[in-house]
Design a protein around this ligand. Structure first.
Ligand SMILES: NC(=O)c1ccc[n+]([C@@H]2O[C@H](COP(=O)([O-])OP(=O)(O)OC[C@H]3O[C@@H](n4cnc5c(N)ncnc54)[C@H](O)[C@@H]3O)[C@@H](O)[C@H]2O)c1
Length: 255
């Protein structure tokens, strides 16, 4: 099943009584996942470097927040430990946080490459290890990782980002293999374009129109489109689903 058994008195939501930790939850897709999970009855700890914003969201949702810079591996491990302590365990880990910048391959710096991998991949390894130990000990759990359509298609000026998101897919598969015997499922989501702060600095109206035209549905993703997949993957409905990379791209990717 990959998650805790339903307890009496906690029914009413698809995640009722589940204890979830969500990274990068201050805004954008992560904040929408937090609102969705809370609506479905989950107890939450929200992790983000934007302490004030994530604190305000947590306050409005009746959740906890732990400020952390996920580029700092030791601080990341400590933050997940703290979150598990606040919740008294962990049933769901959502590794949503990520950064993206644009740079041609010939101009990409080692510093930018490393920071992208530190936040997008290394932090995910660290949180997965800390949460995974707790999940193995309790004999159930589920992990949802945020990859990207870019992992499957690539995109000019995004060698570092696309490679980091492909690494997320590989980490997801290996974690699914190793954790499966412990009743833990691990999946990732590959969103298409979502109009969040991510990439907003370099986005033009012409780019948005061209992206929309690529989808058979003729539109970009809403944050709720991605949050609904994150809800499905964390719910009992996805109990026989593990090691998968689920497209939420409006049909821009079909493999
Ligand atoms: N927006 C898109 O089009 C799109 C497409 C595919 C995948 N994604 C992925 O979805 C995830 C969420 O993206 P979004 O669009 O909501 O972006 P966003 O920039 O709006 O939100 C990202 C959140 O992560 C937090 N964060 C970033 N670096 C951090 C760090 N070092 N420590 C702690 N927190 C940190 C930010 O403070 C922010 O709250 C990312 O992994 C992103 O790569 C987004």
């Amino acid at each position: 099943m990959g998650r805790a058994s339903n307890e009496p008195g906690l029914s009413g939501g698809r995640l009722a009584g589940r204890r979830a930790v969500i990274t990068g939850a201050a805004q954008g897709i992560g904040a929408e996942i937090a609102r969705t999970y809370r609506r479905e009855g989950a107890e939450l700890v929200l992790l983000d470097r934007a302490a004030d914003t994530v604190g305000a969201l947590a306050g409005s949702l009746g959740a906890h927040s732990v400020p952390v810079d996920l580029a700092d591996a030791a601080a990341t491990a400590a933050a997940v430990e703290q979150a598990i302590g606040l919740l008294g365990g962990i049933d769901i880990l959502v590794n949503n946080a990520g950064i993206m910048s644009m740079a041609p391959l010939l101009e990409l710096t080692v510093e930018n490459w490393d920071l992208t991998f530190d936040v997008n991949v290394r932090a995910m390894f660290v949180t997965t290890q800390v949460a995974g130990r707790a999940m193995v000990a309790q004999g159930h759990g589920t992990i949802v990782n945020m990859s990207s359509m870019g992992a499957k298609l690539g995109s000019p000026n995004q060698a570092h980002y696309a490679a980091s998101k492909a690494a997320v897919m590989s980490l997801t598969r290996v974690a699914a293999m190793e954790f499966g015997p412990h009743n833990i499922t691990v999946n990732c989501i590959c969103p298409g374009y979502v109009l969040t702060e991510l990439g907003a600095a370099t986005r033009t109206a012409a780019m948005v129109q061209a992206w929309s035209d690529k989808s058979p549905l003729g539109r970009l993703a809403e944050t709720s489109d991605v949050a609904n997949m994150a809800l499905f993957l964390a719910s009992d409905d996805a109990s026989y689903c593990t090691g998968q990379a689920m497209n939420v791209s409006g049909g821009m990717v079909m493999h």
